[in-house]
Ligand binder design. Structure first.
Ligand SMILES: [Mg+2]
Length: 378
């Protein structure tokens, strides 16, 4: 079997409600649907992240197409190696991975369909039958956050996730309201998205200690591993690295510098399913668990692909990030992803288990063509 073409379509999908975080406000997402076709009639589906620039991602996908067309879809490591050299992307993985991940997941979809097996069976087999997800609270008002926390917790979500880094008083008010709403049993995480300086992070996190935090994500700038280590020494709260760790190389650096207790990472950072598994393996060697990271710029396609690889990873926390539920509509057929007590089942269908909702794909491709991409509001 040979790959004959790589096709991409940019979709602009509105969020259900504004997405507030320390770096701005998001009204919608830009994702890039990737379809990889073969000479045997099997098509693989994947998704690239168009959050920075969907147009630039489409260009990188053209480079990825040159690295896979005419080659076997089974030779995924060889494809990645060729891709990183062809476009000289090796030292630009932070950007290039967000494109190549879409092709890489589509190749696994082809391999799974060709073997008539779900991808997790080709990837070491299942150690986790279900994937636990966190409730991602949206809003910029303590009452709204508390109300939503109560609702999600009532539906069985044991892990709640709150954006912080919005100012000391607001951060404390948000967290206190959510803790009050869900009681002592639920785990609550915060994510500052690099908003703090080291001293500010220590000051705020110390104030949150009495409210019990499960972990705090990326308190300081992604380059500041030494600062992450200082925060870990200063506060009795586990610290997660997110923007500071995209690849297995950065996972090793985070371990060596004692910058984190948890690594949050997703397919779009790591460059696909193999990349995520590699980060998880390095993390395991360093004694750390991973938490699946989701990005603005993904839909249920990425959720389904992530479930396949998470099923095969032993060193993971409960409560992974999922993003498809934040969108007005998904790109996949309704009913493929249904939360049950805060969990998603790992699909047993061949490949990644994706079935597109073509009406929605057309609707949001048209939206992008007519109105262009969404931009972060700062
Ligand atoms: Mg984060």
């Amino acid at each position: 079997m040979k790959v004959t073409s790589v096709k991409s379509r940019v979709l602009a999908i509105p969020n259900n409600e504004p997405y507030y975080y320390s770096q701005g406000v998001g009204q919608g997402v830009n994702c890039v649907l990737v379809e990889v076709e073969t000479d045997e009639g099997i098509t693989g589906i994947g998704e690239a992240c168009g959050d920075r620039s969907a147009e630039a991602i489409v260009e990188v996908l053209r480079a990825a197409a040159r690295a896979i067309e005419g080659h076997s879809p089974f030779d995924i490591e060889a494809f990645l190696h060729r891709f990183y050299r062809l476009g000289k992307w090796d030292d630009m993985r932070r950007f290039a991975n967000q494109a190549v991940a879409g092709v890489e997941m589509a190749l696994w979809d082809i391999v799974g369909k060709a073997c008539d097996q779900p991808v997790h069976r080709l990837f070491g087999g299942m150690v986790k039958e279900r994937s636990s997800c966190f409730a991602f609270l949206q809003g910029n008002d303590p009452d709204k956050l508390a109300g939503d926390a109560k609702k999600w917790h009532g539906q069985g979500f044991d892990v709640i996730y709150v954006k912080v880094g919005l100012g000391y008083d607001r951060d404390l008010a948000y967290f206190a309201a959510v803790r009050e709403a869900v009681g002592k049993e639920a785990k609550i995480r915060v994510d500052a998205n690099q908003a703090w300086q080291v001293g500010e992070a220590i000051h705020t996190l110390q104030a949150l200690v009495p409210f019990q935090i499960d972990f705090a994500e990326q308190p300081v700038h992604w380059t500041n591993l030494e600062g992450m280590a200082r925060i870990r020494e200063a506060v009795p709260i586990p610290i997660a690295i997110d923007q500071g760790c995209f690849t297995e190389f950065e996972a090793l650096r985070a371990i060596q510098t004692r910058a984190a207790d948890v690594i949050t990472v997703g397919l779009h950072e790591a460059g696909g399913i193999l990349g995520l598994k590699k980060v998880a393996t390095v993390a395991a060697a360093g004694g750390l668990p991973i938490c699946r990271h989701g990005v603005m710029g993904e839909t249920g396609i990425t959720t389904l692909a992530s479930l396949q690889v998470l099923a095969t990873i032993q060193n993971q926390v409960d409560g992974h990030q999922v993003m498809h539920q934040l969108l007005e509509n998904d790109t996949i057929r309704p009913g493929l992803l249904t939360f049950d007590q805060g969990h998603l089942d790992v699909p047993d269908r061949p490949g990644l288990g994706i079935e597109l909702d073509l009406d929605m794909v057309d609707r949001y491709a048209k939206r992008y063509e007519e109105h262009g991409p969404y931009h972060n509001i700062v």
